[in-house]
Design a protein around this ligand. Structure first.
Ligand code: SF4
Length: 324
């Protein structure tokens, strides 16, 4: 038997059963499946508009939220059935980076303390000099010089430096996987590439994979090897980033790509896409294709039956009746 997937997300569904906004059932995530290989490191983008379910998926994968159904397997083990010790180890190997590092930092802690805490929590060093060495190494790995940032408070650093401190903190733990939720969306375009390049360095030099959540297709294109396109909680297309971006198959992906000159980090979907997004933030339980009411190619079958995911070329999958 070969090595299990590093991460294997199977039929993940999250339904909110309460009467939110006057509806009975709200489907935030609808039967989402994907995996990350265990034998090589890759960056997979989870891309979708606001309300597409991408952050809910991230929270479930991190064990912060329980799915209504479906499983998240890490190295073959269901994370919701792990023992305390196994889950502690899982959260060491699977680290999170969020949009706003301020939300994670204690503003009264200097950078030194921020970096010392995980070393202590996970017992990574046996002496003060080792702690110092580890911190210096991790800062240099993310392109910061220790003299530049140590002894400072988070508010004394630039946004790009703060995000790189988060990456240095994560690097100390030598994770196998990073779950990153829009970590560059608050940065100027000029600083974005610097932070994104750290993710690529982590993958190429240290074998760290990333699940990178974004609403910005140009960031996904710049950074990732694979992409999943989410629409109303469902994966509508996925696979190799070049195949999906250069030859999009799903009518929704086609509309997205058409609306964005690529690569151009200045353009975001939300600003360009002329679709009525606000009314579809969350979706009700329904039959048929989720894109039916906005699809220029909709057929009769699309209203009744949900399309299956099919492979249309190597590592390029689409969920649409045009291909079944
Ligand atoms: Fe359009 Fe039908 Fe394909 Fe849905 S299944 S995207 S409605 S053609």
């Amino acid at each position: 038997m070969g090595e299990p997937y590093l991460l294997d997300v199977k039929h993940l569904t999250k339904i909110y059963p309460t009467g939110i906004i006057g509806r009975k059932h709200i489907v935030a995530v609808d039967d989402v499946s994907f995996n990350l290989p265990g034998d090589k490191s890759i960056i997979t983008a989870l891309a979708g508009e606001s309300g597409s379910g991408k952050t809910t998926i991230a929270k479930i994968v991190l064990g912060l939220l329980k799915p209504t159904s479906g499983e998240v397997l890490y190295k073959g083990k269901n994370i919701f059935k792990m023992s305390k010790k196994e889950f502690f180890n899982y959260r060491k190997e699977v680290q999170a980076i969020f949009q706003d590092p301020y939300g994670t930092y204690n503003p009264f802690y200097k950078v030194n303390r921020i970096l010392e805490l995980p070393i202590k929590k996970f017992g990574l060093a046996s002496s003060k000099s080792e702690v110092k060495k580890m911190i210096a190494e991790s800062l240099m790995t993310v392109g910061l010089s220790p003299e530049e940032v140590l002894g400072k408070y988070p508010h004394e650093l630039s946004g790009g430096q703060r995000q790189r401190i988060m990456l240095a903190r994560v690097f100390l733990l030598k994770p196998r996987l990073i779950i990153a939720d829009e970590p560059v969306s608050m940065l100027d375009a000029s600083l974005r590439a610097e932070v994104l390049d750290v993710f690529q360095k982590f993958r190429a030099e240290f074998g760290i994979s990333s699940l990178y959540i974004t609403h910005d297709l140009s960031v996904a294109y710049y950074l990732s090897d694979n992409i999943l396109i989410l629409y109303r909680g469902k994966v509508v297309e996925m696979g190799d980033i070049d195949a999906v971006v250069k030859t999009p198959a799903h009518p929704y992906t086609q509309a997205l790509i058409k609306s964005i000159p690529i690569p151009n980090p200045e353009k975001r979907w939300r600003e360009r896409l002329k679709l009525d997004l606000e009314s579809f933030r969350l979706t009700e339980v329904r039959s048929g294709c989720a894109f039916y009411d906005r699809c220029p190619k909709a057929m009769e079958v699309c209203a009744k039956n949900k399309p299956e995911m099919v492979e249309i070329e190597k590592n390029h999958y689409v969920s649409c009746h045009l291909y079944t």
